[in-house]
Write a protein that binds this ligand. Structure first.
Ligand code: M6R
Length: 366
């Protein structure tokens, strides 16, 4: 049932070109120029008029929510707050009846997320869900929602569920932005055209698995690792670090690249691998400076760069090239090399990739 792969995680990583396509199938038409999410159709106006959206989730789903925050704020201009479900709940949160709370959960069974949703519901907020498991508890208690359609995810480390969550959040943001009129026609068309190309671009990155495996071999004995990114690459850095932690048991931290100089830079020496997302975009030059700061302290740079890049290529110890895409969609691509790095490192260390110690696929205790 692993489809010829050694582990479910590797199978699920490789399924992403298909799972992303399944996620937007019937929801996106580039020729006719529309995006629609049947599940939330009745709430589109409410969403477009919302003064605030609160996203609640845990773990990887929380990282997807952070990507969602960038998407929603940029495309719809609605303020978004992203909360850990567990923290939201115990803080006596301010929730109004015109707030919309979106819960993101692969399993749809996470106890903290359920409890936070119940609280939001009791305060009169509209609650929506983005779940993978059809008929799950969260999908049942929410007013409406959209499934991610990634198919069953068996590996405890979430991979294809994450990219599907980000895809649904992209579609949602696009649909609301159109309704609200915050996204002009040409930009809308550009983004949906690029979105449709994402599965093929993910497939192109997956072809680089042998090169990524070689990089993993170099750093498999590291005891620490740092992941850096700016803007919507910051949540991808967090996700990269979580993935490495949970399956290889190497201590890793994700940081906004510019925050490095406020503390973590003290950790950098010749033993420290620093994974940096340095794709083309508004903060490219700033990230190049951050890379130079790491190199000046003899840290090792493993950079994810856009095809055709020369500047970072010349200074990085290792680089992984990914195809160019719309800025809003880069997380769907930049996350792939990090999934593979974690996978190979964990395998080389002899760890139980699909069932890491102390972890369960769905966390049903609060
Ligand atoms: O099923 P959920 O998306 O609600 O699960 C949330 C987290 O428990 C989950 O993402 C966890 O962090 C994964 N093991 C990450 O790979």
């Amino acid at each position: 049932e692993k489809g010829g792969y050694e582990h479910f995680m590797l199978k699920e990583i490789h399924e992403q070109p298909r799972s992303i396509k399944d996620c937007f199938r019937g929801r996106l038409n580039v020729d006719e120029g529309w995006v629609k999410l049947g599940g939330i159709k009745d709430y589109e106006t409410k969403l477009a008029n919302a003064k605030r959206i609160i996203m609640i989730a845990c773990g990887t789903s929380w990282h997807a929510a952070l990507v969602g925050e960038y998407l929603f704020e940029d495309l719809t201009r609605i303020p978004v707050e992203v909360e850990y479900a567990s923290e939201f709940r115990y803080r006596n949160p301010i929730i109004n009846e015109d707030d919309i709370v979106i819960a993101i959960s692969q399993s749809g069974e996470t106890a903290d997320t359920m409890a936070a949703l119940n609280l939001a519901k009791s305060k009169g907020a509209t609650i929506l869900g983005i779940c993978n498991v059809v008929g799950s508890s969260i999908s049942r208690i929410t007013d409406a929602g959209s499934y991610t359609h990634a198919g069953p995810e068996i590996g405890v480390a979430s991979t294809k569920a994450f990219t599907a969550q980000v895809t649904v959040l992209t579609l949602m943001a696009l649909a609301i932005a159109r309704k609200k009129g915050t996204l002009d026609d040409s930009r809308f068309r550009r983004i949906i055209t690029e979105l449709e190309l994402i599965p093929n671009k993910v497939a192109k990155i997956l072809e680089k698995a042998p090169k990524i495996e070689e990089i993993a071999a170099v750093y498999k004995d590291a005891t620490n690792a740092l992941y850096l990114g700016r803007g919507n690459s910051f949540p991808v850095a967090l996700e990269g670090a979580l993935k490495l932690k949970e399956i290889s048991y190497i201590h890793a931290e994700g940081y906004p690249a510019a925050e490095m100089k406020h503390g973590p830079i003290a950790l950098i020496d010749e033993e420290m691998p620093v994974f940096v997302i340095a794709t083309k975009g508004p903060s490219y030059e700033k990230v190049v400076s951050n890379i130079q700061e790491v190199k000046a302290r003899k840290g090792k740079i493993i950079a994810v760069i856009t095809e055709g890049d020369t500047q970072v290529k010349a200074i990085a110890d290792h680089y992984i090239e990914i195809p160019d895409t719309d800025e809003n969609l880069t997380p769907l691509l930049t996350t792939i090399p990090f999934q593979l790095i974690s996978y190979y490192v964990a395998v080389m260390r002899g760890a139980n990739v699909d069932q890491p110690r102390n972890l369960a696929k769905s966390v049903t205790v609060e």
